[in-house]
Design a protein around this ligand. Structure first.
Ligand code: TXA
Ligand code: MG
Length: 330
């Protein structure tokens, strides 16, 4: 069932059931993080590998402290500017966080999402919600309730409909497990915004990776393999060249603002005619889902400028382009 009633959502969550929830980034598949049986259902419904930990979501810093978590100074500086918002913090876990949530590691990921319906829901709960993106493991994340319904509708009792996600790519993840804070995933909050508050941070991997080149080892599980993938093969990079390798009538294109004359108009998804990376990020996953439904042989996608949310867009397209069987062993 899909609806906008947070009381229904609360009842299901209290009974240990799963509920899809809207956030400003993507929809999450939520369970009571303190209920091991409920969290187990998340892994089952998503077909998610057991070694891939989950982010916990709540509505306040005070609640995080009440669950025994010790928040570093730089986290608090970031939180005062960007939480609620598209930023996830990784810190040492406390005993109160079940091992299944952190996949047995000693680190836990935390986020205060910025969506009015979900903030209200969270404010009425005395437990955090473990919530990965509400898609089958490996597929593109959902940015509206219909996306969730199409793939998981018959497996979960309730989808809380909060409209289209405003940011459209997952949260940026920053880890405080090392001496220098480290970005584990580019996402809805830009690197520039983070460094403006806490100074230089590390990033897990260079933004200059080749498309099918070997990727450095991920620090966190589930970070770098084939992911966010369309069913059709997606090729990332030089669009002109890649179009010429195929029958152009059977090519779909994802581009920033440019039109390609060789390709059928109805096969082209231009993400922002005004050249806004924020708008492009917001539309990216819907475009990937739509283009995947077309009768085409291949999807070719542009490389976006490596700045602002362009880093997150390129990261998602790059990972979607990793061929099956070519992924990292995690
Ligand atoms: O925007 C988002 O972050 C969305 C919404 C629903 O909040 N959630 C999301 O969750 O993208 P998920 O599970 O699809 O991606 C979370 C990523 C995974 O790659 C996971 O490996 C990493 O966060 N992660 C979770 N817990 C971690 C931990 N303790 N240490 C390192 N990485 C962690
Ligand atoms: Mg995900």
């Amino acid at each position: 069932m899909t609806g906008t009633d947070i009381n229904i959502a609360i009842n299901f969550l209290k009974q240990g059931e799963l509920v899809a929830i809207p956030t400003e980034t993507v929809y999450g598949l939520a369970a009571n993080a303190f209920d091991v049986n409920a969290v187990t259902k998340i892994y089952q419904v998503k077909n998610r590998p057991q070694f891939n930990p989950l982010i916990i979501h709540t509505d306040s810093i005070e609640k995080l402290k009440s669950w025994g978590l010790i928040l570093p100074e730089k986290l608090l500086q970031l939180a005062s500017k960007f939480s609620p918002g598209p930023l996830t913090y990784v810190i040492p876990k406390s005993d109160q966080i079940p091992d299944i949530v952190t996949a047995g590691t000693d680190a836990v990921a935390l986020r205060i999402p910025n969506h009015p319906l979900t903030l209200e829901l969270l404010s009425k709960l005395d437990f955090p919600l473990a919530a990965p993106s509400a898609n089958p493991s490996g597929y593109v994340s959902p940015t509206n309730a219909m996306h969730v319904y199409e793939q998981l509708g018959n497996q979960i009792p309730y989808i809380l409909d909060g409209g289209d996600c405003k940011v459209g790519v997952e949260s940026t993840i920053i880890s405080f497990m090392e001496e220098v804070p480290t970005i584990l995933r580019f996402g809805g909050l830009s690197l520039e915004s983070i460094e403006a508050v806490i100074g230089k941070v590390n990033t897990v991997y260079s933004s200059q990776l080749s498309v099918h080149g070997s990727q450095p080892k991920p620090i966190a599980p589930g970070m770098l393999s084939r992911h966010y993938a369309t069913t059709h093969q997606l090729i990332f990079g030089d669009v002109e060249k890649n179009i010429s390798l195929y029958n152009s009538k059977k090519v779909g294109v994802i581009s920033f603002h440019k039109k390609y004359d060789a390709v059928l108009e109805q096969h082209q998804f231009i993400l922002s005619e005004n050249k806004s990376l924020d708008e492009a990020a917001q539309k990216l996953f819907s475009a990937m889902r739509e283009i995947d439904k077309l009768d085409i042989d291949v999807i070719v996608a542009e490389k976006f400028p490596e700045e602002g949310l362009g880093r997150a867009i390129n990261d998602r397209l790059r990972r979607a382009s990793v061929l099956e069987g070519d992924e990292d062993i995690e």
